[in-house]
Design a protein around this ligand. Structure first.
Ligand code: SIN
Length: 279
């Protein structure tokens, strides 16, 4: 039976009492889907998965979205990618911490993934939390004049914005050729399931705002990001072994923390689920 308990922030719900290696009933899947849409971060505790079992479990919630950069794919289950603190940039030799800095996943895709799912395989003794912020509440709290100013604004998203402080692992020329140079998405999007509006920002991928001068766009985006990432909009997930966490990219930003002892391995499996074109 699915047992649900709210988590410490304005978003997030914890589920216990299910073993996703045994197919749950249709009602249990519907309950978890409803909880996911309502609370945006679904934490299913105490799971034990091989990569293939995780893939099967995640398919209960939608179709798998193919990640653009294939370099982190597991060789024997390539739809699952890994997140690890043990990789380094080739050029600088600097440690690569995937997911540092607030962002939403793959927003440079015409139809970005609705959800991302992580499964904790190995964790440091402390630290390495994932932080999430609720972009619906952040939008709702904006002054009416700012909401009006944002109406109809469209942003161009690219693989790696030249304004981003965080650097991504470079794409190979073959992969680069397969994805669009830039896609246009509204700065405020409507959730296709709940109908709620949310700010749709991504400091790593937004290159410009259509029809707006660069300095004005950067200062607007900076102000909106500072507003949305206030603690009152945040849920901070402290990982436990066996956690499966699924979050809603349509109405959240998230970031990983590199604030732990890097002699200890942090290793998670990662899958994304297909989404719609934002409107
Ligand atoms: C991500 O952005 O997908 C990574 C999040 C994490 O490692 O906590």
């Amino acid at each position: 039976m699915v047992l649900a308990k709210s988590l410490s922030g304005p978003i997030g719900i914890e589920v216990t009492g299910v073993d996703l290696t045994r197919p749950p009933t249709t009602e249990e899947v519907a309950t978890m889907n409803r909880l996911f849409v309502e609370h945006s971060v679904l934490v299913v505790r105490d799971q034990h998965f091989t990569p293939h079992q995780m893939l099967e479990a995640v398919r209960l919630f939608g179709e798998i979205f193919e990640q653009h950069n294939k370099r982190f794919a597991l060789p024997d289950c390539p739809q699952i990618h890994y997140l690890s603190n043990q990789d380094h940039f080739q050029e600088s030799g600097k440690r690569y911490i995937p997911g540092e800095g607030y962002h939403t996943d793959h927003s440079n895709d015409p139809s970005p993934p609705k959800a991302t799912v992580l499964f904790a395989v190995e964790l440091p003794d402390s630290g390495g939390d994932t932080q999430f912020v609720d972009m619906r509440a952040a939008y709702d709290d904006l002054p009416a004049a700012t909401q009006r100013r944002l109406e109809g604004l469209q942003a161009f998203h690219v693989y790696q914005s030249r304004h981003s402080e965080r650097k991504l692992m470079p794409l190979s020329p073959e992969l680069k050729a397969k994805i669009p140079d830039a896609v246009r998405h509204p700065l405020v999007r409507t959730h296709p399931e709940s109908g709620r509006k949310a700010l749709y920002l991504n400091p790593i991928r937004i290159e410009s705002i259509e029809g707006m001068e660069e300095q004005e766009a950067l200062s607007l985006l900076e102000g909106l990001l500072a507003h949305s990432t206030q603690e009152k909009y945040q849920y901070r997930h402290k990982w436990k072994p066996g956690d499966l966490v699924m979050w809603d990219n349509r109405c959240l930003l998230h970031k990983a923390n590199g604030d732990y002892d890097h002699t200890q391995r942090r290793y998670l499996y990662r899958v994304m689920l297909k989404g719609d074109q934002p409107f």
